[in-house]
Write a new protein. Structure first.
Length: 437
């Protein structure tokens, strides 16, 4: 490969250039370090380069910055890799390297393994919704789910590069905060229809939920506001704190797991349009569209017709992900961003990172045009904590880790759990998180 000698460009020497290597080098250098990178297999070009450079191979060429390579980025296909997690000054790492290496492990292979979700291609036990459990993950088993290890590794790598090449100027990023609101059910009681209302009433009475019964009819008689109708309050809260939130509306047909009111009711279109006037509105893919591409396309078209603008972002109902099939469907349905990369029952970093990344499909060895936005906190995972104080402490700890590396902190709440008509601990927590940005 012919290379150009740019003083601000990092040149990487390697003995073989593969799609995997190109992908992870581009992600780490261009997206995370925000600098140019090029690869070469020509020793003479590498030696002649006057700017920052490193070699990625089994042995160093001279006394350059050297990262000893693991085989992962030169392979193709999937194999069961034996991984030993070690410690790098208090931070877990794996794919250890020899003492000749400038880093104690192969940062590129380890980052690739986590970001591509390599382990999710391997045989594993799925949960009741067909999801990959946090307990099956490398991070879950070794206790580093709550650390964005890839970002921490890259920050340390950056410091060492700048020590080696003092003239190297790398821009500083700013941390990003993105609150996401799931809207699986627009109204809890209103507009449900006679049969669903009657069924809910009988269920309340049969289970002696008299308080729920009273609330239901207070809403239906217009005495109280529907508790799920939190959109005006959220708009004011976000505006007051200068926060740009995203809303993901479920617009699927009624099913066992998709129980929104009918999308054909005029109130649905009116409400979605009103929210879209102030915030980003996107699609929550229905449970039933998980294995049905045509249905996913239909739901996206519905939302486009509601708001009269492109719909490029998607979240999967219940965070259902099947790697890589889900993301291939997302691309085929013409979405280009996803907000499902998180665990519904554990807080932390499913892909080991708090930096958005393009998905790499290992089964076809290609990068797909869909940007994955890692989700650090999903409200459903907070129920594992005994009280809201412990949940708050955990979120604070994770958010601090993200801010240390100037990453992106994405948290997901739902209109189902937020309530502005009476005190609610989830609502109090959400307000606190929004007002401390």
């Amino acid at each position: 490969m012919q290379t150009k000698d740019f003083s601000d460009m990092v040149l990487v020497y390697t003995y073989k250039i593969t799609p995997r290597l190109r992908y992870i080098m581009k992600h780490i250098f261009k997206r995370m370090l925000q600098t140019d990178v090029d690869l070469t297999t020509r020793v003479e070009d590498f030696i002649a380069h006057s700017g920052p450079k490193l070699s990625y191979a089994r042995q160093p060429l001279q006394s350059e910055f050297f990262v000893r390579s693991h085989d992962l980025l030169f392979d193709d296909g999937i194999s069961d890799i034996d991984i030993n997690v070690s410690d790098w000054d208090g931070v877990p790492c794996f794919f250890s390297a020899s003492e000749k290496s400038s880093l104690p492990f192969d940062i590129f292979a380890a980052s690739f393994y986590l970001i591509t979700r390599y382990e999710e291609y391997l045989p594993h036990v799925k949960d009741d919704h067909g999801r990959f459990p946090a307990s099956e993950s490398l991070a879950g088993k070794h206790g580093f789910l709550d650390l964005p290890v890839v970002d921490i590794w890259v920050e340390r790598f950056k410091a060492q590069l700048q020590d080696k090449f003092p003239q190297m100027e790398l821009p500083l990023k700013s941390p990003v905060f993105t609150p996401v609101i799931d809207v699986p059910v627009i109204f809890r009681y209103r507009k449900k229809g006679m049969l669903r209302t009657l069924g809910g009433t009988l269920l309340d009475l049969s289970r002696f939920r008299f308080r729920e019964f009273v609330k239901r009819y207070a809403v239906l008689l217009g005495i109280q506001k529907d508790p799920n109708d939190v959109f005006d309050e959220l708009t004011r809260l976000h505006k007051q704190n200068n926060v740009q939130a995203m809303y993901f509306f479920l617009l699927g047909d009624y099913s066992h797991y998709d129980k929104n009111i009918s999308v054909y009711k005029p109130i649905v279109k009116t409400l979605v349009k009103s929210v879209a006037d102030y915030s980003i509105v996107s699609l929550m893919a229905s449970y039933m569209s998980f294995n049905d591409l045509e249905l996913l396309k239909k739901e996206r078209k519905r939302l486009i017709n509601f708001i009269n603008r492109p719909v490029k972002r998607v979240r999967q109902r219940f965070n259902r992900l099947q790697i890589p099939e889900t993301y291939r469907s997302v691309v085929d349905a013409e979405f280009n961003e996803d907000y499902s990369m998180g665990y519904p029952d554990e807080v932390g970093f499913r892909a080991g990172t708090c930096t958005p990344f393009y998905f790499y499909d290992i089964s076809f060895e290609e990068q797909l045009p869909v940007l994955i936005n890692p989700v650090a906190v999903i409200y459903s995972a907070l129920y594992q904590f005994r009280n809201i104080k412990r949940a708050r402490e955990k979120i604070k700890s994770i958010r601090e880790e993200v801010e240390k590396v100037n990453g992106t902190f994405v948290m997901v709440f739902s209109n189902d759990v937020l309530n502005f008509t009476e005190y609610n601990s989830m609502t109090a927590l959400y307000k606190e998180l929004i007002t401390t940005t």
